[in-house]
Design a protein around this ligand. Sequence first.
Ligand code: GEK
Ligand code: PPY
Length: 246
Amino acid sequence: MSEVDNLFANPFSKVNDFTFDHAVARVFPDMIKRSVPGYPTIIESIGVIARQYAQPDTLIYDLGCSLGAATQSMRRHLPQQGNRILAVDNAEAMVERCREYLSAQDAMLEEPIAAEVICADITELTLQPCSLVVLNFTLQFVPPEQRLALLRQIRQALLPGGALILSEKLTFTDSQTQNSLEALHYGFKRANGYSELEIAQKRTAIENVMRPDPLEVHQQRLLDAGFSHSHLWFQCLNFCSMIAHA
Ligand SMILES: Nc1ncnc2c1ncn2[C@@H]1O[C@H](C[S@+](CC[C@H]([NH3+])C(=O)[O-])CC(=O)[O-])[C@@H](O)[C@H]1O
Ligand SMILES: O=C(O)C(=O)Cc1ccccc1
């Protein structure tokens, strides 16, 4: 089903900006697992966290769902309590495949939790009342000037007791920390079979498209958006995940 990511293996005369197109969608599970340290743990833990925060008979959003890995994990872990998951992505290639993966999962589960995939820009959505929102490595692709408004929308939609799971690549204001963790991240990629050329070309492809923030910027923005409290629950190298409470 999913193929090995060799999208950046051959030298390009010019490296284009990264897009979530059909070529990426085909290799995405392999790409993200070999690129994001801790990704499988985060995905499985999202199911566990969802079990804690999802309130009976409420909506759950998976924003920037890609192929629906977080949605699938929540469907494995949540009890039957009338939840509905809305998975949203604005990349048609991802949405198409995500629907296929979720139908395949439907067939595997006895009483699958309702899940729907919508092709839309999450910055233009009006969110309905919900108990849990997942932004798993999505906010870093949203233009920085639109991030606060999106988080405010999410905060407004969350019911009392609701939560946001926010996973992001981090940058560090201290240059020694930044250099050390960035070097270790490239070491992680090398250990997963990526060549120096693949690492360098991918780096160029994502640099104008994906703009990570420092942890302190996330924490302040979450407060500015109206969240009462946020904390880290996972960090591996320069990748982390937070919980923010409504
Ligand atoms: N404005 C937007 N509106 C909708 N979708 C968007 C927008 N901007 C970016 N995306 C979508 O956000 C996703 C980011 S990948 C998320 C992984 C997934 N959450 C996972 O749990 O595997 C992370 C990564 O590739 O590092 C892509 O599918 C984009 O199309
Ligand atoms: O590959 C990287 O360096 C990343 O930071 C993560 C990533 C994973 C998948 C698509 C785009 C970025």
